[in-house]
Design a protein around this ligand. Sequence first.
Ligand SMILES: C[S@@+](CC[C@H](N)C(=O)[O-])C[C@H]1O[C@@H](n2cnc3c(N)ncnc32)[C@H](O)[C@@H]1O
Length: 204
Amino acid sequence: MNFDPQIPDWGKSFSDSKLEQLLSYHNWLKTTGIKTGLISPKSEQFIWDEFIVHSLYFYKVIIDLNTTLSKVYDLGTGAGIPGIPVGIVSPEHVQLIDIKQTRIYELERFLNTNKQLNISALKTDAELLIQKEDNSIFLMRCYIPKDQLIDKLKKNMYTNKNSVFILSSKSDSQDLKRDLFHVKQEKFLINQDEYRFIDVITVK
Ligand SMILES: C[S@@+](CC[C@H](N)C(=O)[O-])C[C@H]1O[C@@H](n2cnc3c(N)ncnc32)[C@H](O)[C@@H]1O
């Protein structure tokens, strides 16, 4: 099958003009990303649909939030997923966070070579960062499962206020409402026929 860098209808308005930069990141993932072990070997199409298009939906959620929150953190970023695609299509600054220094060095090399000035990478423990950053948007793709995050919020382990957690989810789930936070699930296409889920948890 030929590689098709498709963008579903929901992402065209903010991604079409950034196709060149997204393709350059795709090329880095399939070469350096695989060679350095940031991602495991995958097909070109898988990398595009599951890593890049999936990441773009995190930005769609940010737009739809229509919020004044402008600090965006990608916690447990790994190879820059979803933070790099989000930073490419967004005018906002995105901070990539990972606890492994080797990953941060590789990400910095990519960001410097590609002059992505609105994206930076920092080695730190995301668990400590969440606790001290209010008024922020936290992106999490395959970092911690939703149930674990909700558990930590219920136990007041994360005391930050006015923040939004946007995280990848494995399946359909009920819409939960709590006094301290609100959970909403979004279902979206990553290509012509495959759906994925993202949960949006707002901490009041
Ligand atoms: C499963 S990978 C997911 C990477 C990427 N977000 C993705 O979707 O492909 C989880 C990442 O979280 C990082 N990580 C684990 N615990 C962390 C912590 N406490 N603080 C920051 N990063 C952490 C790991 O080093 C790893 O890169």
